[in-house]
Design a protein around this ligand. Structure first.
Ligand code: ZN
Length: 412
């Protein structure tokens, strides 16, 4: 940064601190450090005034201001009152100073002018620099300053910039904005960034932002679980949206050793989705479920006697354990087949937790079933031992804690 830019940075730092809602505390600190109200001797207050002069040198603080502060202190006003007086004085000269910074030919001065202007001036005075053609640093400063606002016009302006901005730092700043859900058409642009942007930071930030959108973003978020850069943010967003369709892919992501550092986020998403779905209206069964199950059954060639036992009963296997295998019929009924018994005793499964858990497991194999997962019981939670996986950790055989379901009820 140029020397002028560095000087502007100091001024911007000063104004940002002094004019924030808590800025009065900083000014008060400058008094309290050097001023002992117990002495009430005006000569002792010179240090306080000197300290303030140091703080504000170069930003328009004058001898006259120093005199006014000195006078305020000698009238034994409290530090708070003197600080408020100084803050008011600052506001009087700050406008012209910041306007000059915004129009400066030096990009470093303009960028810091934006930071200072953001606390001192209405946004209409500095937001046009969002399209500053010469300096990404200026555009980035405007994006960061505008990100505090949620109004429709600012959301629309930032969204427009997001679609044309080529500088990576400005793009990073843009995807941190939290108000794009108010803008028509934003979901498809953000989904495209999440799935295709070359920057891992942009992909994961957009995955995080999509939590504020409707259920239409669930399928792309499920797709993003396969991206190591996105898996944590996508899991958190899916957990907040609470859509049952995400459960099979979340369990797969949890089982992937590459995601072990994100495991607890994925586990939380599994629980959040079950909790939310348990308290919501049951999801409608897809009207074409019978056709889909029929097509899957027709295309399936059983490789062993267990598979043949399912197919003979017109059932698509969902999952099993050492004793039972569960299979879905085209009419939506789930069969429980005792493969240990001689005649493969079969009856309809009636336990709600098992029906829910088996459909989740089945949808891991056949994603077409993921929108047919029924509502979980209110107390369902992923099994602690296998986190919904149904298999023991690192094992081929079924989890002993949950009997291969992957889910437990809180009481069991
Ligand atoms: Zn388990």
């Amino acid at each position: 940064m140029s020397a002028a830019g560095q000087r502007a940075e100091q001024i911007a730092d000063l104004l940002e601190t002094a004019l924030q809602p808590t800025g009065g505390e900083m000014l008060e600190g400058a008094f309290v450090d050097h001023w002992d109200p117990g002495t009430a001797d005006p000569s002792d207050n010179r240090l306080a005034v000197h300290r303030l002069e140091e703080l504000f040198r170069g930003s328009g603080f004058t001898e006259a201001d120093a005199g006014q502060i000195q006078a305020a202190l000698s009238r034994q006003e409290t530090p708070h009152e003197a600080a408020a007086h100084l803050a008011g004085r600052l506001r009087a000269f700050i406008g012209p100073l910041v306007e000059r910074m915004l129009a400066d030919p030096d990009a470093g001065v303009r960028a810091n002018g934006v930071r200072a202007a953001a606390v001192a001036l209405p946004h209409e005075r500095w937001s046009p620099l969002l399209t500053d053609p010469d300096s990404p640093a200026v555009r980035e400063a405007v994006v960061r300053a505008l990100s505090r606002f949620r109004t429709p016009d600012i959301a629309a302006a930032l969204f427009e910039r997001l679609q044309v901005e080529t500088d990576p730092d400005v793009r990073h700043a843009l995807v941190f904005y939290e108000g794009f859900q108010e803008v028509d058409g934003a979901a498809s642009v953000l989904v495209d960034l999440m799935l295709h942007d070359p920057s891992p930071t942009i992909r994961s930030r957009t995955a995080f932002r999509l939590e504020h959108f409707d259920a239409g973003v669930v399928p792309p978020l499920i797709e993003a679980l396969r991206d190591p850069a996105c898996v944590r943010a996508a899991a958190m967003s899916l957990g907040r949206i609470g859509d049952l369709r995400a459960l099979p892919a979340l369990i797969d992501a949890w089982s992937d050793p590459r995601n072990r550092h994100s495991a607890r986020f994925i586990e939380k998403a599994l629980t959040d989705i079950a909790n939310r779905a348990a308290n919501a209206a049951p999801p409608p069964m897809p009207a074409d479920l019978a056709d889909r199950v029929r097509a899957l059954l027709d295309a399936w060639e059983p490789a062993d006697w267990l598979g043949r036992a399912c197919k003979q009963r017109d059932g698509l296997p969902l999952n099993g354990n050492q004793i039972y295998i569960w299979a879905l019929r085209p009419d939506g009924e789930i069969l429980c087949i005792d493969h240990e018994s001689f005649a493969h005793h079969t009856e309809p499964e009636t336990d709600p937790l098992t029906c829910f858990a088996m459909m989740v497991q089945g949808a891991r194999k056949d994603p077409e079933l993921r929108d047919a997962i029924p509502r979980p019981p209110a107390n369902a939670r992923p099994c602690d031992s296998c986190s919904g996986n149904g298999a023991g950790p690192g094992q081929e055989s079924g989890c002993m804690s949950c009997g291969g379901r992957g889910w437990l009820t809180r009481s069991s």
